[in-house]
Ligand binder design. Structure first.
Ligand SMILES: [Mn+2]
Length: 601
């Protein structure tokens, strides 16, 4: 489908693919600081010395924070609105009211929907009173729009329960109220701003750690985490009402595989509370306890649940669920997480796997075309061989609306610039998805563009690192100029320089499969990055594998090691400082540790 894109300027594509025109931003490797007192305190508490160093460098101060027991979760009572939502839902269940969950088309929204429906059923709601709807990204757009309310009306609900959306759905909530529905909003996004002031929808209850007045200590709960908290509050409300006791109450920890998956897939900060949720989900999965759909997704991705890590959520399961919302219909993803029939789950996971392959193909074509556009832009601005502009906005009529976010994310990673990629929506408007770098709050940037250039943006929303916007085609140039201006004002040489934080040298005795497995057992991810070590090595041999990956043998402190640099094809000098992760794989029945190169410097 992208033959035209390729045919137009093959030479430019080739040149860029070879790295001639727009070199990737080379990071400066800097060492993470690990405060000695914190390292010492963790070691005293029995933490492995290497792990103590890694954890202290990520802000851990005491071994207590390592306790991932559910009892250490921030109590639901601290989440503003959770108790009110619990009372509301307990009344609704008692009155056998019909409830419709309004989901979102990403993995967080899909898992939140499955957690809501499974949890409400566990807590006594009759299955025939529970329904859900999920918007189609290309038809309805995001959130509880009036059109989604109308769609939900087919289920004849008394109550709408939003998950992972709704906080900014002022019109949708108003429309639902006008139709006589009650609305419970559960969300984690930032509320809407009107003339610089926060406005909330007129819902019966709002649960959102990011609403004004909520003092919940973790602002980083994902949508699925917020819904899980509402269920915890509902269970204690039902306990107080005598529906069950603490001995007879249903177990909600059976939902933690879904909570963990949605939390990691939504790329929220893995703060201590989120790490506990993820760790608990992983423990259950490794022990074979998970929804049939989660098991089927592991199998479709060729991953082993007994060795599950946060990585699997982010790179194997998450993308397969998300693919449904990007190219097809998220109903497939939600059904996969809802079914209790293993055969049906396998079927749905297989279908999701197929859609994900298609997504990869579409993405590859778009990335090639994005590089062509970038090349043209650099030529226009006479920037060939120099730094790219401070921010990027790219549009091509062939771009697919469901995949613009991924392409923006890849370009941002490669060039270290706030990046928007736009596609033409079915309504004739441009739909843009942006990704940002530290030091550039993307939603605030859009807000500023909107204020300075009224009429350019039809709609926008998001947060610091990711945002979306809608604009008329003839406004694209004005948006691009407006964004550039903000980027020039807000970003300087320091923020435009990419840094790679390293954990320093890896002591030789830790270069073992056992250490790698121990590290892999920890929860790493967003804002709690997996360890990156840094050592001086001698390159002994190197060759290209799969055309674009550099396979190396290096001498590290006198010992030969295998190393690989994915997506890098230029040869290395004889002696280099490598920043690398560790991976372990089984090869001919033997475990082999490999350095996975992130950068040289
Ligand atoms: Mn979310």
């Amino acid at each position: 489908m992208h033959a035209d894109a390729r045919g137009r300027a093959p030479s430019a594509t080739q040149a860029v693919a070879q790295g001639a025109a727009a070199p990737s931003a080379q990071p400066t490797i800097t060492l993470r600081d690990a405060p000695p007192r914190a390292v010492w305190a963790l070691e005293q508490a029995g933490v492995h010395p290497l792990l103590a160093r890694l954890l202290a460098a990520r802000g851990l101060r005491s071994a207590e924070e390592l306790d991932d027991g559910l009892a250490r979760l921030i109590p639901p009572a601290e989440l503003l609105g959770a108790q009110a939502a619990a009372r509301f839902l307990a009344d609704a269940i008692a009155a056998r009211q019909r409830l419709c969950v309004v989901a979102d088309y990403d993995c967080d929204g899909a898992t939140a929907c499955a957690v809501a429906l499974r949890g409400l059923r566990l807590l006594g709601a009759q299955p025939d009173t529970l329904h859900y709807v999920v918007p189609d990204r290309t038809v309805h757009g995001y959130g509880l729009t009036p059109a989604i309310v109308d769609l939900a009306m087919h289920k004849q609900p008394d109550v709408l329960l939003t998950v992972d959306n709704g906080i900014a759905s002022l019109d949708g909530v108003a429309h639902a109220r006008a139709l006589g529905l009650a609305v419970v909003v559960t969300d984690h996004h930032l509320p809407a701003l009107l003339d610089g002031r926060i406005v909330l929808p007129d819902a019966s209850v709002i649960v959102n750690p990011n609403q004004p007045g909520c003092s919940f200590a973790s602002k980083n709960l994902a949508g699925v985490g917020v819904m899980f908290y509402v269920l915890l509050a509902l269970r204690s409300e039902l306990r107080e009402r005598g529906v069950f006791t603490s001995h007879t109450q249903p177990r909600l920890d059976t939902l933690l595989d879904l909570v963990a998956l949605g939390t990691v897939a939504d790329v929220v900060r893995l703060d201590a509370n989120n790490r506990r949720l993820v760790a608990q989900g992983l423990k259950r999965i490794r022990a074979g306890q998970m929804q049939p759909g989660v098991a089927a997704l592991f199998s479709a991705a060729g991953r082993d649940p007994r060795r599950a890590g946060a990585f699997d959520f982010g790179f194997a399961l998450g993308p397969r669920i998300n693919a449904a919302g990007r190219l097809a219909d998220m109903t497939l993803g939600i059904e996969c997480l809802l079914t209790d029939d293993a055969a049906r789950a396998a079927e749905l996971a297989h279908a999701l796997d197929g859609i994900n392959r298609e997504r990869r193909e579409v993405e590859t074509g778009m990335r090639e075309q994005a590089e062509v556009l970038l090349q043209a832009l650099l030529e226009r601005d006479d920037r060939i061989g120099t730094e790219p502009p401070s921010a990027l906005a790219l549009f091509d009529p062939a771009f697919h609306e469901g995949v613009v976010g991924i392409v923006a994310s890849r370009l941002k990673d490669r060039l270290h610039r706030p990046t928007f990629v736009f596609a033409l929506g079915k309504d004739g408007l441009l739909k843009g998805s942006g990704r940002s770098i530290p030091g550039f709050h993307l939603r605030d940037a859009l807000d500023l563009v909107a204020k300075r250039h009224p009429g350019v943006l039809t709609r926008f929303g998001g947060h610091a690192m990711a945002a979306g916007c809608t604009l008329a085609q003839d406004q694209f140039a004005a948006f691009d100029a407006g964004l550039q201006q903000v980027a020039r004002e807000w970003l300087d040489a320091a923020t435009l320089a990419r840094r790679l934080l390293s954990d320093g040298p890896l002591p030789l005795e830790h270069f073992t499969a056992q250490t790698v497995r121990a590290l892999d057992a920890q929860v790493w991810g967003q804002a709690f990055e997996a360890p990156v070590f840094c050592d001086e090595v001698e390159v002994v041999s190197q060759r290209l594998v799969g055309e674009k990956h550099l396979k190396l043998t290096v001498k590290h402190a006198g010992v030969l090691r295998d190393a690989i640099w994915f997506g890098h094809s230029e040869p290395l000098a004889g002696r280099v400082r490598l920043a690398y992760r560790l991976s372990v794989d089984e090869y001919n029945g033997r475990e082999r540790v490999q350095m996975v190169v992130e950068a040289v410097g």
